[in-house]
Design a protein around this ligand. Structure first.
Ligand code: TPP
Length: 619
């Protein structure tokens, strides 16, 4: 399952690549930011691209996979570090390479980045990292630009889809010219906004071949010390470049106010203060100090408008420049025209707005819910009944932490569940059975080392592997456990039972996640086992590859006592009747959304839920 695109040249499944002459035609297309990034990389002659999915970055690799296979090998990797290392390997071999990830993915990949920045590149190496201001779909809100400073690699900051293409293309040139990995930083707003983009042709980059240079390619202390000094020279060269580059754009205004801004914040500034002087930074690291000084000298007051952390503001203050920024704008959450307007009002630059009529009807807040028939539901229902201490992980199943399932006690980061459970077990103070729950994609991403560690350290924990045969949370991407790659080709499929057994675990049960009797029974048995026990919940996601729909179920209203057991599943197809029957409501099922998983019928205490056919035959 891949995301939709509207680009004629790109509009196909990842498996069906577009013919070469079709994609090479220059034209103007409406592209999503992520598609534009993919296009920019392809035009730059990228040969190898690898990623692990993560909102808002996922469509970059899906889009790249639609370009001709002979141009670019675009692959899903098992995690972001693996993806970056694959790209690094391709760069070593002289090809242009790209990896893309969400902001937290860079935490996983950071170890490799922090060495690679010393090594530099052979073929151009670009990391596209997409931040999630406002935490629409993540576990935190960190600002990738701090990694740019830490790794001393240039960070380019497109503000719209055209720049997404242009900056990505340029990033490869900068990478080779300055011998550095380059970060192209996006945000949700950039990734998922669509606008008209002038596309170009692909520039073929013949392979540079492997560069035999152990002093540069092998990071042992003696080499790393020399390379560390090279970073400071490189930083200075990049600074000089940005001083002159048109990535830094000074837009003359008629007001005595100067705004320094970047990324999508630029577009809000232009909308609100069309008359201000604007210094638009196409790159946030390293900063062009002379240009910034000149700009500050030319206006009476300088305000920095940047989403998330005060990176540019603090740097400018360190330069001794008198600027304002986070005293006016929040350091958290996503920017919008309203947020920026409020800051300018506080600064006295815009008149305080009267209470404005609501322009949009606010959508009713909806609680996050697992899908009707989600195979993760039963396991959590059972774990609640077992009164287990559940360490959770990241995936659709994280939603079982909230009402009504409320069956997860902790969730930290991808792959944390098993080691968190291990730590709980090591304390010896937990009286409840300790259970880690983890999805199949997350298990392959970062769940295997902690499972080895749990066996090694001889703890008593149960691991529930929620195998829905897909990466559901990010839209249904394949992974090594699905037996298909990004191009839709059949590849080796990981056998979880064999894998887990090979780690020294003897208690393994694979069960159908829809068989509630087995789910209760085997989870209970697993928690009584001494050592590490693994239960594999085996059932495909209801949305993969198309929505699965079996026979719907219906409530026999006469028999329903309103006992609530079925409602505890949190299934969105179930709701209470509006009318009262002898003082209480009964349950009804929306038959159009019910997919017939039968979980509600199985847990019902009065056997009042039956397939619709049962009602039809009984009249
Ligand atoms: C480090 C990191 N990379 C990527 C993501 C995005 N992401 C969230 S959950 C998830 C995987 C979910 O797949 P799975 O574990 O199989 O559970 P499912 O959603 O299918 O139930 C991904 C890729 C993330 N949150 N953190």
């Amino acid at each position: 399952m891949t995301s939709q695109t509207s680009s004629p040249a790109l509009d196909s499944n990842a498996g069906d690549r577009a013919p070469r002459d079709e994609v090479n035609r220059p034209e103007i297309l409406p592209l999503m930011g992520n598609e534009a990034i993919a296009r920019g990389a392809w035009e730059a002659g990228v040969r190898v691209a690898a990623a692990y999915p993560g909102t808002p970055s996922t469509e970059i690799m899906e889009s790249l996979a639609r370009f001709p296979a002979e141009d670019v090998k675009a692959e899903w990797a098992t995690n972001e570090k693996v993806a970056l290392d694959v790209a690094i390997g391709a760069s070593f071999s002289g090809a242009r390479a790209l990896t893309s990830m969400k902001h937290v993915g860079l935490n996983v990949a950071a170890d490799a980045l922090m060495s690679q920045t010393y090594i530099g590149v052979n073929g151009g190496l670009v990391l596209v990292v997409c931040d999630d201001p406002g935490i629409h779909s993540s576990q935190n809100e960190q600002d990738t630009r701090i990694y740019g400073q830490l790794a001393m690699v240039p960070v380019l900051e497109p503000s719209d889809a055209q720049e997404a293409l242009d900056f990505t293309r340029l990033a490869f040139d900068l990478s080779e010219r300055f011998d550095t990995p380059v970060i192209v930083r996006g945000t949700t707003r950039l990734s998922h906004t669509r606008s008209l983009v002038q596309i170009g042709e692909r520039t073929e980059k013949p392979s540079l071949g492997f560069n035999e240079n152990p002093q540069k390619n092998v990071m042992i202390p003696g080499h790393a010390r020399l390379r560390h000094s090279a970073l400071f020279k490189r930083e200075e060269q990049l600074r000089q470049y940005f001083e002159e580059s048109d990535l830094i754009r000074w837009e003359q205004g008629s007001q005595p106010i100067g705004i320094v801004t970047l990324s999508t914040a630029y577009t809000y500034v232009k909308e609100l203060l069309p008359q201000a002087h604007v210094l638009k930074l196409g790159a946030s690291y390293p900063l062009p100090e002379n240009k910034l000084r000149e700009f500050c000298d030319s206006v009476e007051r300088v305000i920095v408008v940047e989403e998330l952390e005060p990176i540019v503001e603090n740097e400018m203050k360190l330069m001794g420049l008198n600027v304002e920024g986070k005293s006016l704008f929040p350091r958290e959450g996503e920017f919008s025209t309203d947020v920026i307007r409020a800051g300018f009002e506080k600064a006295g630059i815009l008149p305080a707005s009267r209470s404005r009529p609501e322009l949009f009807v606010q959508a009713m807040p909806r609680p996050p819910l697992l899908c009707a028939g989600c195979p993760h539901t039963g396991a959590y229902m059972a774990l609640r009944a077992l009164d287990a201490r559940v360490s959770g992980d990241i995936g659709c199943y994280t939603l079982a932490a909230v009402e009504p399932l409320k069956a997860i006690d902790t969730t930290v980061a991808m792959g944390s569940s098993i080691a968190n459970a291990t730590g709980m077990a090591l304390t010896g103070t937990e009286t409840r059975p300790i259970v880690a729950t983890i999805g199949d994609s997350t298990f392959l991403h970062a769940g295997i080392p902690p499972l080895i560690n749990a066996v090694y350290n001889q703890v008593n924990i149960t691991v529930v592997l929620l195998d829905n045969h897909i990466t559901a949370m990010t839209g249904g991407q394949d992974h090594p456990g699905t037996g298909r790659n990004l191009r839709g080709e059949a590849v080796h499929k990981v056998d979880y039972e064999d894998l887990i057994r090979s780690l020294g675990i003897t208690w393994i049960k694979k069960i159908d996640a829809y068989n509630m009797g087995n789910v209760y029974q085997y989870l209970r048995e697993a928690t009584l086992h001494k050592g590490v026990a693994v239960v594999i919940m085996d059932r495909p996601c209801v949305l993969d590859p198309v929505k699965i729909k079996g026979s719907s179920f219906r409530v026999n209203q006469e028999a329903c006592t309103g006992c609530q057991t079925c409602m505890n599943l949190g299934c969105p197809s179930l709701s209470w009747t509006d009318e009262l029957f002898e003082g209480h409501r009964k349950v009804k099922i929306d038959e159009s959304s019910c997919i017939g998983c039968s979980l509600c019928a199985q847990v019902s205490s009065t056997n009042c839920i039956l397939p619709v056919e049962a009602f039809e035959t009984n009249g």
